[in-house]
Design a protein around this ligand. Sequence first.
Ligand code: ZN
Ligand code: ZN
Ligand code: FE
Length: 754
Amino acid sequence: MERRRIRVRGTVQGVGFRPFVYRHAQRLGLAGWVLNDSRGVLIEAEGTPAALDELARAIAAEPPRLARVESVETSPLAACGESGFRIVASPGGGTAAVPVSPDTATCDACLAELFDPADRRYRYPFINCTDCGPRYTIVLSVPYDRPATTMAGFAMCARCRAEYDDPADRRFHAQPNACPECGPRLAWSGPDGRVVATGEEALAATIQALAAGGIVAVKGVGGYHLAVDATDEPAVGELRRRKARDDKPFAVMVASISEACRLCDLDRAAIEVLSGTARPIVLAPRRRGAAVAASVAPGLAELGLMLPYAPLHHLLLAGAARPLVMTSGNLTDEPIAHEDADAVTRLGPLVDGICSHDRPIHVRCDDSVVRALPAGPQVLRRSRGWTPAPLALPVPAARHVLAVGAMLKNTVSVAKERMVVPSHHIGDLEHLATYRSFLQAVEHLPRLYGVEPEVVAHDLHPEYLSTKFALDADAEPCGVQHHHAHVASCLVEHGRTEPVVGVAFDGLGFGADGTLWGGEVLVAGLAGFERAAHLLAVPMPGGAAAVRNPWRMALSWANAAGGADLAAQVGERLDPAWEAVAGLVASGRSPMTTSAGRLFDAVAALLGVRATVTYEGQAAIELEALAASAARRGAGICPFTVDRSGPLPVLDPRPAVRHVAGAALRGEDRAEAALAFHRGLAAATAELAGEVAAARGLDTVALSGGVFQNALLSGLAVEALEKAGLRVLTHRLVPPNDGGISVGQAAVAAARTA
Ligand code: ZN
Ligand code: ZN
Ligand code: FE
């Protein structure tokens, strides 16, 4: 007989780790105990050396589905003749490193029960276990325990309680455990919210409404979706009309991987992320003839697919037997509805019926979005399924940090010790309702992680509501330049702290000099940065109006590249009001910007892709799609130059703009011109970044900012940089767009106060 102490670190709490150890100890005839403490899981086990070895092997090789084992340390103890194996209470006070796991897709074992007529949870839409189910979205406070969740109001029946109390059961301490007898119920109501059916009848009514082309609000895990038959063109068109959403693509939920493969080209990595426990929306190239309505994703070469992640979704998809549009339950730009009364008020007018239930959602949490790229999946929105999992911080945070993000696509993050925890996607703070959920998040996330902010990191833009909040907070403010934060967020996910060449291309960010930046080459580490080069600055006629109207940027760039003559030539084709805007450009009264995103807008408008946009980044996304459609034709490349006459090198796209405008005026192939622009910008950027790297003795380039969501551009830039012998860091886990800003801010604040 031997006795060993086994220390397990990682994500090992709230994931069924103790019952897992218990079951193995029982199987192996081991005596001893297991407990959770502030450092993870601690085990003392006594038995034969072979049995103890086997326990250690199982912990390392086949831990529970949601666990992430980082280390297993074993030390010998004196055997003491203990008998039996116990799960013992946590020693007082220690808070877990990871207090609650993310919401997790229904596991295979629960799915088998869901469709097993002999099971007591047959067709029960709220089936879950220790390996799956809602978590983050139902947690009110920590420690994670049933009374601290939105399941508090449901008293477990005797059978559920027995499962919950039995360490050998899959549902041991599964906080949302429930069954048809004691748990939440489904309800079907009209648009006015008056319930007309419950349970199986509610499900049948929902499926019937969908089959008839109706629009249905469906309460999910992190909020309501609006659902409609994705193959029914009039129904999808009607949803677009009612939601007041002109062009932004809708996500489609399909029942299975094989159905997903009929709609999109998916490689192994894409299938893995699509079917993983986070179940994000995966953007992937649409197959020719894919059987979904045209208005699901107008003008785009990709579709956003997701698989069912709640038991209710599995039941709906099985019943409807067709792909469903599952788009967030909101009017354009508003936050997604997650409270029942609010859903009736805001979604009632848009729908033919509401499929709801009585398990409250505490934290609104949008679906995550991942783009399937040839080089691997890239997270564009990190939210449901990943929140609140921490990321490793490359420098320790000596003080507790709250980072409040930017304005658009806002997230907040907290940092302490070696971790940074990004919140769910909050959204555009311009909307009052969104700002309210920002206020909720800056309370809730620190509380979950036991963070009492000593430092509040924020953007430099004085008008961002997040900045104003930070400057009013009762903690030391730490201003972080927007593009430095972008590059820092990329460094975090690669575990780097030392300076690299950071290329940050995005829409707009407040510069260190008070002007609007967005086409920046920085030399940046976590602690600081220096601007090393940038895109040529041009007027942004009308400020915010230029963001909504890419044709204004086209006019500005045409004027910069070819003077009043070229502006007049293209102006007539762009907009009847072009002369007034040309006057504004010439007046010198418009704000100047170095934004790469606005340059993309300009090129898109010059090529007739679109003159106005209904969502941010739309023109650039469609320009990329146009360029990608030309990928096998021509080999043109737009010329760019670098002006070295000033204090910093300036990347000058004017020759490229002349090339593009000329091609458009001569009626040449637009797709080829779009591709040539991508090629030219990628090549010029790589060359300039390489030059900065050589001058500073650096060998690594990080690509960040929303513009690098453009797969064509980033693919070409990575290729050119690698050819030049440079190491390239790109985003995989943290969004390259402003959704990643709070992660970068938190890391910079940690590095500065280390
Ligand atoms: Zn399960
Ligand atoms: Zn029950
Ligand atoms: Fe940005």
